[in-house]
Design a protein around this ligand. Sequence first.
Ligand SMILES: [Zn+2]
Length: 157
Amino acid sequence: MRMQLNNFNRVEALREIVFSYLNYAQASISGHRVAAAVFAMRKARSKSQKKLETESSDLFKVFGGCNLEISISTVLHAEAIALYKALSEGYTKIQAVGVTSDHKDQIKPLCGACRQLYMYVNPMTTIYVFGKDKKVRLKVKLRDTMKYPYISRGKIT
Ligand SMILES: [Zn+2]
């Protein structure tokens, strides 16, 4: 599910998508359903790409994801899935990520592995953690969650 955005409220858009994706989580191993949404801007396209385009050309979109615990050996995090969806559709300028879970005390940002993944793409990503009541429990810049950041950026364009 993608949300079409023109004029928008970023937090509201993230909240709506995050909580809709919580329904799709597969959490038979951890017991905790997790959902995430990425707010991203598309990269600039060439004239030839524009001519071929048949889909919407929204400048901003929100991409959702949920944890998929498919087997003991295949556990995919919601935050990573949402990021991969955005990047693989050409929305490479990641601005914010929202996350929630059904854990009773949901206040923590992304796990270390997912934060590092986002660090490679945009250290200035804003993280919003939504509580079960759908309120923002934490808003923090990704870079500020890393005391000794490892930044080895690829060529995400
Ligand atoms: Zn993670």
